[in-house]
Each structure stands twice: as C-alpha cells, then as structure tokens.
Design a protein around this ligand. Structure first.
Ligand code: AMO
Length: 435
C-alpha cells in the first residue's frame, strides 16, 4: 500500500531523482507567479519545494495554489534535482490530495518575522509547536529524558510509578491541590516523596521515577509551574548524602552530554553546549552565606536563599568558572520534615544549583520512626495524616536518601531559556489551565 508519507523532506536522496515519490506535510508557503508556483511543504524533519507548472498539470497546480496555508496535503510527483530549490531537489506534482484544509486566518504565523506574545503562542500551542525552533526544544527534551533513563538504569536503578492522587501532602506544605475523592478529600501529589521513601522498606533499594509534581503555589514567576515534571531518585543503604549527590551529578552530566549530541536541534536554536566536568563543587550553606556577605548581601542564618540571593551566588560562582555547584549542610529548619538532621542545627540536605537557579534538592532521610515522628510534630504537621507513611518505617527501614530534579528547570539552564513555560508542552500556571 502507498503510505501517506513515504518520504520525510530531508530523507530524499539523489537515488530518488527521476522517480515518482509521495510526500506529505503542512503547506508553509505558496508563491504563485501565475503559470508557475512554488509551494513549501513542511514536515517533522524540514521543508521541501513542490514546483507547480500550470501547463504541465493544471489541476494539481490549481489545487495547490488555492490551498490555505498550513493545510495538510499529500503530493505525488516526479522528484528531480534542482540547484535552485533549497534542498537541491524539487517535486513536480502529478496528484495532490488535501488531507485537511486549514481555516483562515491563522491564529498564529509559523514563519512570520514578527515574534508573537508568549500568551498568544501558548493559547495556540499546537501551531506554535510547528515552528522548528519551538519543536527543537522538545526534541532535546526527549533526548535528555532518554539519557536520564539510560544513566539511571546503568547505575542499577529501576523505574517505578507512584500514585498521584494521595491522602496526605507529600512535602508537608500548604501548596497542595485538593481533590474530591468520592466521600473524602485527597490531594494531587506535590512529589513522589512519601512513596519513594516507603519503597526503601521493600528491598527495591534503587528506584527512580520521572514524575509529575502538582503544586498550588500562588506565585506566577518565570521559573515556577503549577504542574511540572521531575526525575526523582531514592536509594537505600547509603552512608551519607554524598552518595546521592554523586548519582545526581552523574545524571546531570549524562543528560547534558545527550543534549550536546543533538546537533541539528542545537543548530536550529543557535546554541552551543559544553558538557560540565565532575565533580561539581560542594559549597556548604555557611560558606554560601559568607560569600554573599562579601557582596553586602545578608541572609539570616537558617533561612533558605531567596531568588535574588541565589542569583547573586550564581554570579559569584560564575566568576570562579563554576556553573554547577551543590549547596550542602543546610540548616535543618530550611529543609522538609523528612530530612536527616546533622547535629542540632544542621541537616544532610542539599540543593543543586546551576547559574544561580535551583535545579534539584535532596538529602539523606530520617529512617528512624521516632525521630521522624518528632520532626513531623516540630514542623507543625498533623501526624495522623502520615500514619500510612510512618507504618513503612516501623518494620525495618534502611538508611536512605534521594533527590528530586526539575526537568523544566534543567531545560531552562541547558538552553538559556528565560521562561519555564517554553520548556513544557502545555504549561499550567496561576492563570492557565488550557489548552
Ligand atoms: P523540591 O520541592 O525542591 O524538592 O523540588 C525538587 C525540584 O523540582 C523542581 N520544582 C519545580 N519546578 C518548576 N515549578 C515548580 N513549582 C517546582 N517545584 C519544584 C525544582 C526543584 O529543585 N521531595 C523533594 C525532593 C527530594 O528531596 O527528593 C522535593 O520535591 O527543580
């Protein structure tokens, strides 16, 4: 059977010259010169030129020139070498079928020189995604996710999926979406935290999940989403959080390397990628505060770094040729209830930063149920909500730790993208739930 798409535009090779081929795609542009017309067809891999000559095939010519832009058509015709056409060949149409006609006017131009507003683009995301520079982001995203699976599997991790409708808030915060679950209230998971930890009590001692985070955070910033994705890792029988950080930096390097091999997509985006070398620098929280103090930025001990403080620390580290760095030994009060304390005031929690933006956070966890219960109470949380989680700690729980690593944040830093909404297909933010 003749396939609808027998050739991608860029798959046509010189051995097809002189042969009849079928191509299909979106009509990107039509230049009608009266008796001659150039139609640019676009598909996943690029564009090709269909050259219509009225006197050779009047019906194919008329169909093509009257087709609205962005319609999907299939063209069967002679493929011939052409030095003038952009790919070095053209297709002379013999048969044209309109597979789907586009309405006019288009809500968004594909090849317009004028850049549309992000809101307009997101309102019409399915068209926005037809632009090669927008699609290139997702080609790279797919490649880095492939590398994440590959790297973690090669390190002995198994992929898991944990529930996204849950009975208690995963991070202990208030930023949860409440859902009606038949007669009860439930929440959308803010992260797989509680479940990945419970799995540590099962003998599945190295797990990862490419997970959805649902967070009802009110702020509408360029680096927050209300629905985001992350790579979550949990590993048992660790001696300290250092082993967790080593997995995280290996993962980041693997993903960065995979991105650097996406030469076509990077060319479209005009980006060059330099793979970072390991190990990333470890900057204890107290040292971070001292570095900031030298720039007259005072952070009260115990507080998490704010956006601006993180940015300035990023600048300081950049001056030392350091894009990636861990902030380690956080104060206990700045970290969630499940974080293992280190002495009275400190914790075994860390963040991974890239150029002043947090990409990941993680820790060694508390595995002793008594300590965990007292930390839940100290953090002002309702212990009854955590009963099924705590049960997982009562019958043999090894020392463990892990991290959550934001995929959209990673993409922003990888490709120098200013707004996180560009890094997810259909963003959910404070005001957007559709499309
Ligand atoms: P945390 O809350 O720091 O840690 O989240 C981990 C990483 O997920 C990304 N992220 C977000 N990205 C975009 N928009 C958001 N609203 C958003 N929230 C989080 C960030 C962040 O560093 N359970 C712990 C992880 C762990 O300890 O295993 C957690 O969720 O890149």
């Amino acid at each position: 059977m003749d396939q609808i798409r027998s050739h991608y535009s860029t798959d046509v090779t010189s051995d097809q010259f002189g042969k009849i081929i079928s191509v299909a795609g979106w009509v990107e542009d039509i230049r009608n010169l009266g008796s001659l017309a150039f139609i640019i067809l676009r598909d996943k891999k690029g564009t090709l030129q269909v050259t219509g000559l009225k006197k050779v095939n009047a019906s194919a010519f008329e169909t093509l020139v009257s087709t609205p832009r962005e319609s999907v058509v299939r063209v069967k015709g002679l493929c011939q070498k052409s030095d003038k056409a952009r790919n070095g060949y053209e297709v002379l149409p013999e048969e044209v079928s309109i597979l789907s006609s586009a309405e006019t006017p288009l809500p968004l131009g594909i090849v317009d020189k004028v850049e549309s507003e992000l809101e307009t683009r997101l309102d019409n995301r399915f068209i926005d995604l037809r632009k090669s520079e927008v699609q290139a982001i997702f080609t790279i995203r797919s490649a880095v996710l492939g590398a994440a699976h590959q790297t973690l599997r090669s390190l002995g991790f198994s992929e898991v999926h944990t529930p996204k409708i849950i009975g208690s808030s995963s991070e202990g915060g208030t930023d949860v979406f409440r859902v009606r679950y038949f007669e009860k209230d439930a929440y959308l998971a803010q992260s797989p935290q509680l479940y990945k930890q419970m799995l540590m009590a099962t003998g599945m001692d190295k797990v990862y999940e490419i997970a959805w985070y649902f967070r009802a955070e009110q702020h509408n910033t360029r680096r927050h989403l209300n629905e985001s994705t992350a790579v979550d890792v949990e590993m048992a029988f660790i001696n300290s959080e250092e082993e967790v950080m080593q997995v995280l930096e290996t993962l980041v390097k693997g993903m960065w390397e995979a991105a650097s091999k996406q030469t076509e997509a990077l060319k479209i985006l005009g980006k060059d990628i330099n793979v970072p070398s390991l190990p990333f620098r470890r900057v204890p929280y107290d040292e971070a505060l001292r570095l900031l103090e030298k720039r007259d930025i005072h952070v009260e001990w115990g507080n998490d770094l704010g956006t601006e403080e993180e940015r300035i620390l990023g600048e300081i580290m950049k001056e030392e040729q350091c894009d990636f760095y861990f902030i380690t030994r956080y104060p206990l009060q700045a970290k969630p209830f499940y974080t293992m304390p280190e002495g009275e005031k400190y914790s075994r929690g860390f963040d991974l930063e890239c150029k002043g933006i947090e990409l990941a956070s993680g820790s060694q966890r508390i595995h002793q149920v008594d300590l965990l219960e007292s930390r839940i109470k100290e953090c002002g949380l309702n212990i009854d909500e955590f009963s099924s989680y705590l049960k997982g700690f009562r019958y043999g729980m090894p020392p463990h730790g892990g991290f959550g690593f934001g995929i959209e944040r990673f993409m922003m830093e990888l490709l120098d993208i200013n707004n996180i909404r560009e890094c997810i297909l259909f963003p959910r933010d404070r005001t957007r739930v559709s499309p």
